[in-house]
Design a protein around this ligand. Sequence first.
Ligand SMILES: *Cc1c(COP(=O)(O)O)cnc(C)c1O
Length: 413
Amino acid sequence: MDIKALIARAEQDCAPVFKRLEENEMTCTRYVLDAFHEENVATRHFAPTTGYGYDDIGRDTLERIFARIFGAESAIVRPSIACGTAALSLCLFGLLLPGDHLLSATGAPYDTMETVIGTVGNAPGNLREMKVEYSQVEMCDDQQKIDVDAVLSAIRPNTKVVLIQRSRGYAWRASLLPREMEEMITAVHKVRPDIFVMVDNCYGMFTTENEPTHFGADVCVGSLIKNAGGGLAPTGAYLVGTARAIERIEARLTAPGIGREVGSYAASYQPFYQGLFMAPHTVAQAVKTSVLAARTFELLGMKTTPAFDAPRADIIQAIQMETPERLIAFCQGIQAASPIDASAVPEPWDMPGYTDQVIMAAGTFVSGATTELSADAPIRAPYTAYLQGGLTYVHGKIALISALEKMVKENSL
Ligand SMILES: *Cc1c(COP(=O)(O)O)cnc(C)c1O
C-alpha cells in the first residue's frame, strides 16, 4: 500500500474542512484576546503566591477571563483541582443536597462519573451515600440527539441538576454542539427555572465558536489538561457559570463563607495564561489531526465517527478497527511516534474499574494530557480506537503515517 499517496489524497479531501477549522480558530482567538485586553493582562498577573493567597490577582484575573470567554457571570479556575472528574464531582456536590435528584440527559455519563454518582462500585462519599437520587434518559434518533420530551417527563419535584455530556467520551454516540443543547435547556428552565443545567464540557472547548453557557447552561466544567490549557497548563480544571451556581460550588471548593477568596499557587500562572491563549490554535491542530485520520480510514473503507466533513463538537475521533490485531498495531504505531516514551510498547491490560482489557497510547509532556496526541480503546468488538489530541497537526500526520506503517507491517491492513 502506498501510504504517502493515501495521506496526500486524504489531505486534499480535507482542505475545505481545514479552512472551516481555521475560521473557527480565528473567531476563538479573537475572543480570547478580547478577554485578555478587557482584563488588562500584564506580567504581574503571572506572579506566584503562597499561603492563603488573599488578593491573588493572577488567580482572580484568570477566573474573570474564563467567565468572559464563556459569557458567564463567574468562574472557578484552579490548579488545585486535580482533574476533570474532580471538578465535575465538586460541581455535583456543590449543587446537590441530600434528597435531591440528579438527571442525566445524555445516557450513561463518562466512566469515572459512575463511581462519583454511585451507579458503579461503592466508593465512600459517593452521591448515593449522600442520599442523592439518580436517573438517566437515553439520547434519541440513533444516539444523535437529546430526547427533550423524555427529559421533561423524567423531571421529578426534587430534581436539582440536569447533566449534559457534550463529548461522546468513549461511547458510539454523537457529540453535541452547544446550539444543539439550547432546546432542552430552554424547555427545562421554562418549567423549572430553579434547576441547574450542568454541562460536562471536557474535550469540547474551542471546537465551536460558542460554549454551552451561551445557550443558557448554568455551569460548564472541564479540565485544563484537555482543551482549555492549550497543552501548556500543567494541571487544574475550570467551572464557569451563573453566580448562583458558582456561589454554591465555591463553598465546597474551600469552605462555606470563604469560597474563592483563598487559594494560592506557588509557581507561576504564566502557563495557564499562555495555555489559554494557545488553546484555540492547539484545539484546531488536534481537530485537524482527527479529521485527517477520519478521511484516511474512510478511504480504507473503515467505519469512523464523526465523518471527516461533519461539524465537530469535540476533539475525539472514533475508528472501528474490526480486529484486535489491527487495533493494537494502530495504538503501537501512535506510541512509536510520540515525542516522549516512544520506545514504550503499549499492550492491553486489566485496568481497574473496566470490564474489558484496555490499551492506551500516550507519550505526553504533561502526564496524562489528552490534548496531546493519544489513542485508547477497550479490547472489545468492534475494536474501536479513540484518537484525540495533537499539539501540532504535522505531528498528528507523522503519527498517523507511523500507525499505518505498523499496521501494514503486522499484516493487519
Ligand atoms: C476526560 C473526561 C472526563 C474526566 O476528566 P479527567 O480529567 O480524566 O478526570 C469527564 N468527562 C469527559 C467527557 C471527559 O472527556
